[in-house]
Design a protein around this ligand. Structure first.
Ligand code: ACO
Length: 323
């Protein structure tokens, strides 16, 4: 078996819903601004569940959806920009939480493109190392990393996790993918790490552990990248948009998706959009959408779907799936 399919999907969303009106009680904003500039009405916010906890809940659901046991999982790739800790990896914590004793587990840091990177890395390793089943997770607890005094960012993000089981198959499920990085633009979105401050350092580096974003720069990057990425994956596979049933874009801003639909001259209905309810959940946004579509029975066997992501790094990429 030389191919890889998606055999199951799962999600976890915190039970606490925070509306735009609730945010406007403690930050200088209002529903009109947030909704008209982003398309967001609400987001789910963790009440203490960390990234690993949400990831483990989504993973168990995906494993059950694939009719597998945690012991069948050979590989865990977890994409996040809000890990529980610097070390160990959140993937190792999830491995323990779900009892996936036979897996190798590690994290990927590619922010909102993390799930796309994760699918590519997992598929490549499955083919090279003869792994039968892999768990690819996007999980984020962004509410612990946003600056709740910064109205330009705190209104955008939400928490949650989505997971997919990849399984070796004779069928072509993950048909094609690509991932790219533009490290020269790393300063556009940051969540910095520890200060560099030891007895041996003369000039300390003081770092900010809260999310900072140059929204306008990222907006320009995102609009061109989403269009170019969709066109690239179509060209790579000799397909046109007519051959595609759905596009699942990273849910960052409805205006980015609107722009892509207009530029590609395709109906907005081809894009699956749930940003209104979830906000931007970074690496979790694409698998959350995939799982929601599966639960709503929107996905049908044989459909062709493009997943497309962009985010901090800056990073971007796309995946073509045969469902
Ligand atoms: N409420 C009210 N006013 C606000 C708010 C708010 N929440 N936030 C900003 N404003 C004000 C600003 O202060 C500014 O006021 P001024 O004109 O008096 O200076 C005005 O609104 C306009 O601000 P802009 O930043 O120009 O607003 P814009 O329309 O560009 O929207 C946004 C900002 C939503 C962040 C947009 O730039 C965007 O979506 N960028 C892309 C984000 C993205 O795609 N991120 C993806 C990756 S995230 C990751 O990887 C973790």
């Amino acid at each position: 078996m030389k191919e890889v399919i998606i055999g199951g999907v799962g999600n976890y969303i915190p039970s606490k819903i925070v509306t735009n009106a609730q945010l406007s009680e403690f930050v200088d904003t209002d529903d009109e601004w947030i909704y008209s500039r982003t398309g967001i009405k609400s987001r789910y916010i963790s009440e203490g569940e960390d990234t690993s906890y949400m990831a483990s809940k989504a993973s168990i659901k995906a494993i059950q959806d694939a009719n597998l046991s945690p012991l069948d999982v050979d590989l865990i790739v977890l994409a996040t920009c809000t890990p529980d800790m610097f070390t160990p990896s959140t993937a190792c914590i999830v491995q323990n939480l779900i009892g996936a004793k036979n897996a190798v587990a590690f994290d990927i840091s590619a922010a909102c493109t993390g799930f796309i990177y994760g699918l590519e890395v997992a598929k490549s390793l499955m083919i090279c190392n003869d792994y039968k089943h892999a768990l690819v997770i996007g999980s984020e607890n962004l509410s612990k990393s946003v600056d709740w005094d910064d109205r330009s960012t705190c209104v955008l993000f939400g928490d949650g996790a989505g997971a997919a089981i990849l399984s070796k198959s004779d069928e072509k499920g993950i048909v094609s993918s690509f991932s790219k990085s533009e490290g020269d633009k790393w300063q556009c979105i940051t969540i910095e790490g520890n200060n560099i401050d030891s007895p041996f350092v003369e000039n300390k580096t003081i770092r900010n552990s809260k999310l900072k974003m140059n929204g306008n720069e990222v907006f320009k990057f995102a609009t061109s990248t989403i269009v170019n990425s969709i066109n690239k994956i179509l060209d790579d596979n000799n397909l046109s948009l007519d051959d595609i049933d759905y596009i699942i874009p990273h849910q960052a801003n409805i205006r980015i998706i609107d722009y892509a639909a207009k530029k590609l001259k395709v109906s907005i209905d081809k894009f699956y959009i749930n940003i209104e309810e979830y906000g931007n959940t970074s690496a979790a946004s694409i698998p959350l959408a995939l799982c929601e579509m599966n639960e709503k029975k929107i996905l049908k066997k044989g459909q062709k779907i493009i997943l497309v992501g962009f985010g901090a790094g800056l990073t971007y990429g796309a995946t073509l799936i045969n469902w």
